[in-house]
Design a protein. Structure first.
Length: 246
């Protein structure tokens, strides 16, 4: 999308709103470097953009928001950056759970969650439990997430059902397979948004985004505000989705 289009939409859009938005929140490190600050400060600022995007989705009437917060590949980063990110995740969960609950927002998570430090797993499960009955926006954090590993985990889960005699292998189709993914409780994303100007998917929701609309914006994630999300929804509402038809 053009940068003009992602600047100053001041109110929630009135057109068709995507039911599920998935965001690749990229550019924290570059933002910090541009400011002459350590990369971790970019991640800290990024947490404010997370709150903004949640509020913007809630106000616009989006039902599901998936946030790519940490990929399986991100474990390869320097140890100090990884541990700093885990501290921030913990802090985010502790600081925001009550507010999410008060706003009727349900928190969920996908990925290999057992890879996370125990303190993060505990905070995450507390936040998920505390908000389990909330019926407004569902926010799904993708943590230690890899689209390819999710697909492999799905195949393993299917094979187990076949071996136990609960599933006839002739019955396997895309719908059946979708029920074995981490995302089985959620509809597929309608819109994928990536900040920072990178035009790639980076192993995010590979199966689920087969017919998603994609918007790349050059803004870095720490600069992302409500208006940017609303402008993206506005652009989405102008797209014609054809699913292979005419
Ligand atoms: C996204 O920002 C946050 C995570 C991947 C955890 P980056 O840290 O990738 O920032 P850049 O891409 O290096 O600027
Ligand atoms: C994708 O960003 C992962 C997250 C936003 C959590 P990366 O910065 O890790 O992706 P690449 O390395 O540029 O593809
Ligand atoms: Mg990046």
């Amino acid at each position: 999308m053009s940068d003009e289009a992602c600047s100053d939409q001041q109110s929630a859009p009135l057109g068709a709103v995507p039911r599920h938005i998935a965001i690749i929140m990229d550019g924290n490190g570059r933002w910090a470097t541009q400011q002459g600050l350590p990369r971790i400060v970019g991640h800290e600022k990024g947490a404010e953009s997370v709150r903004e995007s949640i509020a913007a989705c809630a106000e616009a009437g989006v039902a599901y928001l998936t946030l790519y917060a940490f990929s399986k590949e991100n474990w390869l980063r320097p140890r100090e950056e990884v541990s700093g990110l885990m501290v921030l995740l913990n802090r985010f969960l502790l600081d925001n759970t009550e507010d999410l609950k008060a706003k009727n927002i349900r928190l969920q998570a996908i990925g290999r969650l057992t890879d996370l430090p125990t303190s993060c797993q505990v905070a995450l499960h507390r936040a998920i439990e505390a908000t389990a009955a909330c019926s407004g926006l569902t926010v799904i954090l993708a943590l230690s997430y890899s689209g390819r590993i999710e697909i492999v985990d799905g195949i393993r889960s299917l094979l187990r059902e076949v071996e136990m005699g609960h599933l006839d292998k002739g019955m396997i189709d895309p719908e059946t397979f979708s029920k074995h993914l981490y995302t089985r409780y959620y509809p597929d994303p309608d819109l994928v948004l990536r900040t920072s100007g990178e035009m790639r998917i980076s192993n995010f929701l590979l199966w689920q985004i087969s017919y998603a609309e994609i918007i790349f914006m050059s803004k870095l994630w720490p600069e992302f505000r409500k208006a940017d999300l609303w402008s993206a929804i506005d652009e989405f509402s102008k797209r014609q989705r054809r699913y292979g038809g005419i």
